[in-house]
Ligand binder design. Structure first.
Ligand SMILES: [Zn+2]
Length: 413
């Protein structure tokens, strides 16, 4: 290889990261999500360029080290003190996932049985100096697999492996070899250990690697739903209260500086990531959508998006595909709702006005469609649709609108 660009700020500003482990052994990772495979091999410079028949990698390194790569390890041949690792994936793969990591690894192996009964090998490439942490990482991965499969269907690469590699930078969703560096620290929730770093990158096996957006403009599908997967994991581990807490954080952190889906023909990676909202606001959008259409429609439709061949593997998705899927499933035209959240920076502008004795008018000033609201009046909460003309509520004190915070909104009393 003639040119190996060194990463500036991995995994965001990518390239090759040359590091040493604590024992002084060479340790190398590649991160090229933003830059694409063109950083070190010839390919089309676009996120939709995925080789449908997979990829072969043959990497030669000093024999005291190991190569962690995508797919299956077909063989290792050693000549003198150099070893060549032949990794091959047969699945369609984003060009930025065609890469490898090198380190003084030990491979800890286990097995996971998917929701459809397929036995998948788990292979964890952990630095020899960190093997005491392996058990917890693998147990967490198995638990997270069950949760993600419940909502998004079977692990997408069941014919190859669930791979994890320890790298010297924050993690990345490299297909069948997810990298991570959570410093082996976990949060304890309801007596169970949880790492957002481990979970988020793993959720990308479904939302990025399996369901891939057509271009950068629709990146929220991967990052927003990937972040929403963290909330669903909270729901499973810690119940409604833990889910509500993380969703409240996503609501609060919505910056609304620029629309999530930019109004340009060809959005760049820099543009869509610079607003910051493809993560938290993207996740909060999914929560709002859940509230609007209800769990009976929301969850099966979300699973359909992650499992239907129309949206997965060799196919790509746009915001319109997602909107039409949810609109059809709910028999509602959700386009105004998707547009409001994803293509504007507006929040619902609600006025509560006293118009008589114990009588209040509630109006949505920037109304775009009938939406349900939880309204507390006289201590009692009801779910009410607010139409264009608004509603009148009898209450001794000003009613509380959307008390639990299911929307992004501004209220004027
Ligand atoms: Zn991500």
């Amino acid at each position: 290889m003639a040119f190996l660009p060194v990463a500036i700020k991995p995994p965001w500003d990518g390239g090759f990261t040359w590091a040493k482990d604590t024992n002084g052994n060479d340790w190398m990772s590649i991160n090229i999500q933003g830059e694409g495979g063109k950083m070190y091999f010839p390919c089309k410079d676009h996120p939709s360029d995925e080789p449908n028949e997979g990829a072969d990698l043959k990497i030669t390194i000093p024999s005291n080290l190991m190569v962690a790569g995508p797919g299956l390890l077909l063989g290792v041949t050693t000549k003198k003190n150099k070893s060549t690792y032949h990794w091959k994936t047969n699945y369609t793969i984003s060009n930025y996932c065609i890469l490898f990591n090198i380190g003084k690894y030990k491979v800890i192996k286990d097995e996971y049985t998917t929701v459809l009964g397929t036995k998948v090998p788990i292979e964890y490439y952990v630095l020899e100096v960190d093997t005491m942490h392996a058990k917890k990482v693998i147990e967490t991965r198995k638990r997270d697999s069950k949760i993600l499969e419940k909502y998004f269907g079977e692990y997408p690469w069941a014919k190859e492996k669930i791979g994890i590699a320890e790298v010297p930078n924050s993690g990345m969703e490299h297909q069948t070899m997810i990298t991570f560096d959570n410093k082996f620290s976990y949060k304890t929730i309801n007596g169970q250990e949880y790492s957002a770093n481990l979970l988020h990158e793993y959720a990308h096996e479904w939302w990025a690697n399996k369901v891939t957006n057509k271009d950068w403009g629709h990146m929220w599908i991967q990052e927003g739903i990937g972040t929403y997967a963290e909330a669903l994991t909270m729901l499973e581990i810690g119940g409604e209260a833990a889910y509500d807490e993380i969703i409240a954080g996503h609501r609060k952190n919505s910056r609304n500086r620029m629309p999530i889906v930019p109004d340009v023909d060809e959005a760049t990676e820099e543009l869509v990531y610079s607003g910051g909202d493809i993560y938290g606001k993207g996740s909060f959008f999914m929560h709002s959508l859940r509230y609007v259409i209800g769990d009976e429609v929301f969850f099966p439709t979300l699973k359909k998006l992650a499992t239907d061949t129309k949206y997965t593997y060799d196919n790509f998705v746009t915001t319109t595909d997602v909107e039409q899927l949810f609109s059809n499933a709910s028999s509602k035209n959700l386009k105004p709702f998707f547009d409001f959240y994803l293509r504007t920076t507006k929040v619902l502008d609600i006025t509560i006005k006293e118009i008589g004795f114990q009588k209040f008018q509630i109006k949505v000033n920037n109304y775009f469609m009938d939406l349900p609201y939880d309204i507390i009046a006289n201590g009692k909460m009801t779910r009410t649709i607010i139409p264009k003309e608004g509603i009148i509520v009898n209450s001794a004190t000003p009613p509380q609108v959307d008390a639990k915070g299911n929307y992004l909104k501004k209220i004027t009393l």
